[in-house]
Write a protein that binds this ligand. Sequence first.
Ligand SMILES: [Zn+2]
Length: 249
Amino acid sequence: MKFIPENVWKYLSVKLPVLGAFLLGVLPVLIQEGINTQLIPTEYHALLLSVVLPALAYIGRKIAQPQLHNQSLGFAAITAGHSNTDPGAVNGKIKEADLVVNFRNAVTHYLREAGLQVKTDGTGTKNDPLSAAVKLIKGSSVAVEFHMNAAASKQANGIETIALPRDKKLAQDLSKAVADALGSRLRGDNGWIDQSKSARGRLAYVNAGGLIVELGFISNEDELARFNARYWLAAKAVAKVLINYEKGA
Ligand SMILES: [Zn+2]
């Protein structure tokens, strides 16, 4: 026999029968001692306990305790690249940091709607710097940060996710979700870029176990227009990949 290393008292299926045993078994005896009259005739004791206690255990097992399940899942860290003071790549008046903040907010919305715990590097237009995003990775079950690429050539295009080899599958799934929603192509190994092969070299965020999704090229007018028109769809698809990942599917 092997014991589960956890505190069982958080479960209603344990708490309710114990409470029932006290109310039916112990409390009447204490009261009877005081008033000198029998509250529950002896012949009913066994019947009451054998019916009520299993019923309480059943009810306790059926009542949903969602807070217990969220704890065991950990949380998803969802962050936006750059910060309120660092705009990232720029195309005219359009800033990478603003686009990825919108994307972060949309993904967060869909994840929370599905009941997942999410930690972000800000809400609304707030976008904390990289140091804050890296800190969120610790304790998370999955950590994803969004960026947009930029290149001197306006033709450069496509979606890629930079991640450690252990996250290759998740990286490919995330890139495909974005590419399908935006009508873009995949870069790298079916959307995955091993950071050891990345032109940017080792990234602190990826080294700490996070994944960086490049949502397209801000420098490519066509890709930028498709991003602006459909980023909600891409965010919904990304959230779906993360929800399945969290559920172990
Ligand atoms: Zn960036």
